[in-house]
Design a protein around this ligand. Structure first.
Ligand code: PYC
Length: 320
């Protein structure tokens, strides 16, 4: 465990990102997936120490920058949270780009980043908005029904947007901030049912994000979502990978044309604007635009005498 680690914090449409800018030993591996696995094997205590209490909190998504693995990319990124590691993170990528700009390492341009699930692009505009071009996305299975304890049968789509999502329009709980506790209970129950009933993405990919879609409240939005993330916390932003998966599912159902805008409202009121372009082999490539703001720069200290040096694992983090 290093004595200190430097981080820059930001939020993207309400969801926090903590970018590690100095002090974390570099993971080994020729690919970003190998580097993520090396982090999991050798530095998992650092993941907890950096994002969990008492230095962080359950909603933070961390981002470790590495040298790129592909020519033409500016960096590699491994995203992680209070419980695990992510394939991609849309709000997190927007936060990384704004952090690099804040540090003077990036000016308005298009830059490529390598992630464990593929290379993504981000365009930083002069007005501070960031548009990401995500990995190719698709609807994997439609109208999957799971039996959810306490709620009965729940129907949803399984879609890939850089992470695996179960997307449902179930209206058992109103999608608003007044019902956060119930939304958490409902989506955790869906997550438990999906795991127990062996529902997966392609090649057994673990579905670790549950999204409830509802009608928007903002007049400038097309849809509203609540997203339960893999660490057991909900996404304050409209979720970049969730917006990607949602658009891929809508497209497969003939409800969203290529190039047509989809404005996704998040539970906390933030907005992402997305659209699709054609990808290879029948996939679609999601583009998602949002805004991030720097909230702080800090040096985290890890005193060997501190009984909570390695962070306090959350109940969900212990379970996963
Ligand atoms: O924006 O893709 C996203 C995301 C995933 C988990 C939290 N945010």
């Amino acid at each position: 465990m290093p004595a200190t680690i430097r981080v820059v914090d930001s939020h993207t449409e309400g969801e926090p990102t903590r970018v590690v800018v100095d002090g974390w030993p570099q993971p080994q591996g020729a690919t970003m997936a190998e580097r993520r696995d090396d982090l999991r094997a050798r530095y998992d205590d650092l993941r907890r120490a950096v994002v969990c209490e008492p230095r962080g909190h359950d909603a933070i998504v961390g981002a470790l920058l590495t040298p790129p693995v592909h020519p033409g990319s500016v960096a590699g990124i491994v995203f992680f949270n209070n419980g695990t590691y992510l394939g991609m993170c849309g709000h997190g990528l927007i936060g990384v780009v704004r952090t690099l700009e804040h540090l003077g390492r990036l000016s308005p341009c298009v830059a490529r980043f390598d992630t464990p699930v593929g290379t993504v692009r981000a365009e930083l505009s002069a007005d501070g908005t960031v548009t990401i071009e995500n990995v190719p996305s698709h609807l994997h299975a439609r109208d999957v029904v799971v039996e959810v304890r306490g709620y009965g049968a729940v129907r949803g789509d399984v879609a890939w947007g850089g992470n695996w999502f179960f997307i449902t329009h179930a209206d058992a709980v109103p999608v608003d901030m007044a019902h956060l506790a119930e939304l958490n209970r409902f989506t955790h129950a869906i997550q438990d049912a999906i795991t127990a009933q062996g529902v997966t993405g392609a090649d057994g990919g673990e579905i670790d994000h549950i999204e409830i879609s509802a009608a928007p409240t903002r007049p400038d939005a097309d849809g509203l979502n609540f997203v339960l993330c893999s660490g057991g916390e909900y996404d304050r932003s409209p979720c970049g990978t969730g917006t990607s998966a949602t658009m891929a599912a809508l497209h497969a159902r003939g409800k969203l044309a290529l190039g047509q805008e989809w404005r996704q409202e998040g539970i906390a009121g933030g907005l992402f604007t997305g659209w699709l372009t054609a990808g290879a082999d029948g996939t679609v490539v999601p583009h998602v635009r949002g805004t991030a703001f720097i909230t702080s720069e800090a040096t985290l200290h890890f005193d060997p005498r501190d009984p909570f040096r390695d962070g306090i694992p959350t109940a969900v983090a212990q379970r996963t």
